[in-house]
Design a protein around this ligand. Structure first.
Ligand SMILES: C[S@@+](CC[C@H](N)C(=O)[O-])C[C@H]1O[C@@H](n2cnc3c(N)ncnc32)[C@H](O)[C@@H]1O
Length: 403
């Protein structure tokens, strides 16, 4: 199994424009500070390869004009969008993963006290419904798939079923939040070791615990929203989030976004490392989210790279990146800047060095590399260790400009 990158500090190597490179290096230099990483809405729901919020904040303040529009076309759980709003910039987010879009939308939509009170009330009603069904020993509302039967203890599955039915019957806008609360607790209540692991382990979960956890998690979510609300300037900048393929960007039109994005800040998928469709299959299934387009269009997905030789994998990745640069060139303002946070990967014994690959593809597709900073990162995948024999695996912050 490959593990996500751990920030281990260390000296950053820089290149290009010295002033910009120093800002990039500072953004990378963020240590594994868990509190910083999990503050307010950032800590509500796990998401593989989330950006460190401090990195996002430093990139936004370093490169996005104060009155500009920040765009993250691989917005994932919304880290860049939230940090852009805190820094007073409006934001646009897109991602092909429907779960990511639901999360990013929830985190960036400001709420008032009345809405938060209604949300807590709705969670209480769902819990009462689930407790009543448990006490009445009611059966499941539907037949569950063999995957679910395998992943949950029977009594946990029954209780989750009652919560799911209660959430389904809740009124909007509470319903959208409660679905994410359910998503946030699903893996913890299953036998799965985590999103990115196929391994399972036995867990003792008492009757009534899933419902208690559901209520606690809703309370935690409302507190996190209040905490974020305190950090936002008044009036709060807006963020608009849509499902879109970063190689198409059909939603980033003048009609949808009268102001063109001026600064793109993003972390594209780590090539050949994650498989978000598989990692999120459980959550997508329980939320009833359609992942067919995501299955077809997920970039960098490990499942597409495992059968390829190293050089063919590099060619395939270059084509995927070219599609992204072409789409970005169409939607960004002519003088826009782009900041990419990317790590080296490996297929077989072949290292895919993100900085070199991006520089070459970007030049051929409308962007000039301006500056970069790179920091060494550990490599956990024993089978591809040989790829990093000559030079360590690194994470890069890359600044590019249109034209
Ligand atoms: C490294 S993650 C981004 C994480 C994000 N910065 C955060 O803090 O949560 C890469 C993202 O790319 C998305 N993705 C993969 N292929 C995509 C595509 N073709 N179009 C748009 N998004 C895609 C994945 O769903 C994932 O959310």
């Amino acid at each position: 199994m490959k593990r996500s990158l751990t920030n281990i500090g260390g000296r950053a190597q820089t290149g290009g424009d010295a002033k910009a490179a120093a800002v990039l290096a500072h953004a990378l230099d963020v240590g594994p500070d868990e509190d910083e990483h999990r503050a307010h809405v950032h800590g509500f729901h796990t998401y593989a390869a989330r950006m460190h919020p401090l990195t996002a904040a430093r990139l936004v303040s370093g490169f996005a004009e104060p009155d500009g529009v920040v765009f993250d076309p691989f917005c994932g759980s919304g880290t860049v969008l939230v940090e852009a709003m805190i820094a007073g910039r409006s934001a646009i987010g897109t991602d092909l993963n429907p779960l990511a879009v639901r999360l990013a939308r929830a985190k960036t939509r400001p709420r008032d006290d009345a809405e938060l009170a209604a949300l807590l009330l709705a969670a209480g009603e769902v819990a009462a419904h689930a407790n009543a069904r448990r006490k009445a020993r009611a059966g499941a509302s539907r037949r569950y798939s063999p995957e679910d039967v395998h992943l949950f203890e029977p009594h946990v599955l029954l209780e989750l079923d009652s919560l799911r039915v209660g959430v389904r019957d809740a009124k909007e806008p509470a319903r959208a939040d409660l679905e994410l609360v359910l998503s946030a607790i699903l893996v913890k209540l299953s036998k799965k070791q985590g999103d990115t692991s196929e391994k399972t382990e036995g867990r003792r979960i008492g009757a009534g615990y899933p419902t208690k956890l559901f209520v606690r998690k809703t309370e935690e979510w409302t507190r996190r929203l209040v905490d974020l609300g305190r950090l936002l300037p008044t009036p709060a900048p807006t963020a608009k989030v849509d499902v879109d393929d970063a190689t198409i960007l059909a939603t980033v039109t003048k009609a949808n976004h009268p102001r063109r994005p001026t600064c793109l800040v993003t972390s594209p998928p780590y090539v050949a490392t994650y498989d978000y469709v598989a990692h999120h299959a459980l959550r997508l299934r329980w939320l009833g989210l359609d992942a067919q387009d995501f299955e077809r269009g997920e970039m960098g997905a490990r499942r597409r790279y495992t059968e390829l030789s190293g050089p063919r994998a590099q060619g395939f990745w270059e084509d995927e990146l070219a599609g992204f640069f072409d789409a970005a060139a169409r939607v960004l303002r002519d003088d826009a800047t782009m900041v990419l946070l990317m790590a080296d990967s490996a297929v077989d014994r072949h290292a895919l060095r993100a900085d070199d690959i991006v520089a070459a593809v970007a030049r051929a597709h409308g962007f000039r590399p301006i500056a970069r900073a790179s920091q060494a990162r550990p490599h956990f995948h024993a089978a591809t260790t040989a790829a990093f024999h000559d030079a360590p695996r690194r994470e890069h912050a890359l600044l590019l400009r249109r034209g």
